[in-house]
Design a protein. Structure first.
Lengths: 224, 114
């Protein structure tokens, strides 16, 4: 009996592809954001509201993942930015290979921001690096305040938490302060923006994207 | 839920490794899974059993080492186990400490019979 020391990441292949994507994004100076939440937290709605008010001189491109249907891509295409649906056919997350495949015939020149809307799931997408600069997690006020404690990994790995649907706060028994303090207890440095489809926080969110984009363009922000 | 994909990734890498070790029989694979890896260890074991069944990996034993989350304090260099997501430094109270272990999802070793 003998032992071979392997010491390799299980998702080595994904990691390698993610590194290639990252290099490509760096070359083209594109900001890449990976948006993750439970199903129904408002990922697509947030993106609709974002595109609606987005400065059209800065080109956004979107990839949106779901198990089935092109519904989200159709919703997002209305603002004239390029959108592509990734249908995973049952897989609970997006991986780097899917991103590579769907970007393969798209010239990245002239794009400024790539937004990836992951499959609605707080667990599996956490493990797959897509070459992004940032993960952004959305928690809506119709969920539990303890979600950051129940699903800590994604809150640890996200730069920003969006607390969505805050216009419903008067009608639901949700303690926003408790939710925020739970998020900060698992990730003390996490940034938090409160939003709603009625317009709350959207300026702050687009400003966040614009600041990160400026940092990518100046070379100040390089993802590792 | 993605534990089956994880199992396939492990077996793909073992198939690759096997090419460099012709004629040897792999008897055990050791994985290292951190508590932040987002992987359920019971699901992983169950998925593994399902996937290897009736394949050339049927007799392969899976051993999993679970790695607890550990943090380091940038102020006083204290290293500590972060239990219940309490990540503040127990020595000096610094709130923003750095993860040094617990994110692993690795194939650590393979045992072979020559």
């Amino acid at each position: 009996m003998s032992q071979i020391v392997v010491e390799k990441k299980v998702l080595n292949e994904n990691q390698k592809l993610a590194a290639e994507l990252r290099e490509k994004f760096r070359e083209h100076k594109i900001l890449v954001v990976n948006i993750i939440s439970s199903p129904g937290s408002g990922k697509t709605t947030l993106l609709e509201r974002t595109l609606e008010r987005w400065d059209k001189s800065k080109r956004v491109v979107l990839l949106t993942g779901d198990l089935q249907t092109e519904n989200d891509a159709k919703r997002l295409a209305r603002w004239g930015f390029p959108v592509r649906q990734i249908i995973t056919g049952g897989t609970c997350h997006l991986d780097a290979k899917m991103i590579e495949k769907h970007l393969a015939d798209w010239p990245l020149d002239g794009f400024d921001v790539l937004i990836i809307e992951n499959v609605g799931n707080l667990v599996c997408p956490t493990s797959y690096d897509l070459g992004e600069h940032f993960k952004v997690v959305i928690l809506s006020v119709t969920e539990g305040e303890d979600k950051p404690l129940k699903y800590p990994s994604i809150f640890v790995k996200s730069e920003l938490m969006i607390l969505s649907k805050v216009d419903l706060l008067p009608y639901v028994p949700f303690d926003a302060e408790l939710a925020k303090s739970n998020a900060r207890s698992v990730h003390p440095g996490i940034e938090i923006i409160e939003t709603s489809s009625k317009g709350d926080g959207l300026d702050q969110w687009t400003k966040w994207l614009e600041e990160k984009l400026a940092a990518v363009k100046s070379g100040e922000l390089v993802s590792a | 839920m993605h534990e089956l994909s994880i199992v396939s990734s492990v077996l793909d890498q073992l198939d690759e490794l096997k090419k460099q070790h012709e004629g040897e029989r792999f008897t055990k694979v050791g994985l290292r899974v951190g508590e932040l890896a987002g992987v359920d260890v019971d699901c992983l074991r169950f998925g593994f059993e399902c996937v290897v069944k009736e394949t050339h990996w049927e007799d392969l034993v899976l051993e999993i080492e679970q790695i607890p989350r550990r943090q380091r304090c940038p102020q006083c260099s204290e290293e500590f186990r972060a239990e219940n997501w309490a990540t503040a430094c127990p020595k000096c109270g610094e709130v923003e400490t750095v993860i040094i272990a617990g994110e692993e999802l690795q194939i650590a070793y393979v045992e072979v019979e020559e």
